[in-house]
Design a protein around this ligand. Structure first.
Ligand SMILES: NC(=O)c1ccc[n+]([C@@H]2O[C@H](COP(=O)([O-])OP(=O)(O)OC[C@H]3O[C@@H](n4cnc5c(N)ncnc54)[C@H](OP(=O)(O)O)[C@@H]3O)[C@@H](O)[C@H]2O)c1
Length: 251
């Protein structure tokens, strides 16, 4: 299938490793010019080398911390300047933030800022130009809808789900789609820290995942690349689980 993506552009946050990195690689392999955002420049340089080795267009590297006020607007500006236009935005930066009951306000704000506020601000800084161009794709990586503990990321990801759904209705007529991918447990830095050996990962997955294994980032990247393509033009406002069957509610 020709995904009709050659010559398009993508901005990917969280691109230094894990899921964002795999998506950046997947996009570059399909002929998109990628702007890759993260704090760790050495890892972004490694991504650049891998994209170049595979014959992809030289990516734009944007070293940025998403926490400071104005970070999202500054990233959007740098990406638009370097790429000319942003056709695809992948919001992959984020992470789990377990909290105790009555955690201080600043801990809640920290998790919500990274996992919801900056994602919304970055999207809103770019979505107007997507509408004007008559084409755009916003893909948000979210997380579980079956919380088993208290975690500010759960609340933030739920906010992303609801906000994305609303936004998708407003921009649909302009050729812009907005979807969320809900990863189960896929190999990345945060996952490998918690389950550092293959044996531990298998042991966990045997209990929790019908496929009896954790997923690999490149497997999910294929879904993101498809959602980014003109082929996926009638899919919007969705939350798509990518979890090896590890979702146990029926609807
Ligand atoms: N892997 C999973 O199984 C899983 C499950 C559920 C949800 N998710 C979601 O999927 C997304 C990607 O997950 P992952 O496992 O690849 O995450 P990860 O291993 O924690 O990596 C997070 C990425 O975000 C970047 N990042 C973190 N804080 C940042 C900041 N303040 N400013 C700029 N960049 C920042 C990191 O780059 P730098 O450190 O270089 O800045 C890194 O590239 C996240 O939103 C996560 O919540 C993942």
């Amino acid at each position: 299938m020709d995904l009709q993506l050659k010559g398009r552009t993508a901005l990917v946050t969280g691109a230094s490793q894990g899921l964002g990195r795999a998506i950046a690689l997947g996009m570059a392999a399909e002929g998109l010019k990628v702007a890759a955002v993260a704090r760790r420049m050495d890892l972004l340089e490694g991504l650049r080398a891998e994209i170049s080795k595979a014959g992809g267009a030289d990516p734009v590297l944007i070293q940025a911390d998403l926490y400071p006020e104005g970070a999202a607007e500054s990233i959007a500006e740098r990406a638009l300047k370097a790429l000319g236009r942003v056709d695809v935005l992948v919001n992959a930066a984020g992470g789990s933030r377990p909290l105790p009951v009555n955690a201080p306000k600043d801990q809640w704000m920290e998790g919500l800022t990274l996992n919801f506020f900056r994602l919304r601000e970055l999207t809103e800084a770019l979505v107007g130009s997507m509408q004007a161009n008559g084409f755009g794709r916003v893909i948000n990586l979210t997380g579980t809808r079956e919380p088993r503990n208290l975690n500010s990321a759960h609340a933030a990801k739920a906010a992303v789900h609801v906000w994305s759904k609303g936004l998708s209705k407003v921009v649909a007529k302009d050729g812009v789609t907005v979807n969320c991918i809900q990863p189960g447990k896929l190999r990345s830095e945060q996952i490998d820290k918690r389950w550092p050996t293959e044996e531990l990962r298998r042991e966990w997955a045997k209990k929790e995942v019908p496929m009896e294994r954790m997923g690999e980032p490149h497997e999910m990247a294929d879904l993101a690349v498809f959602l980014a393509s003109p082929r996926a033009s009638y899919i919007t406002g969705n939350i798509i689980a990518f979890d090896g069957g590890a979702r146990f509610f029926a609807f």
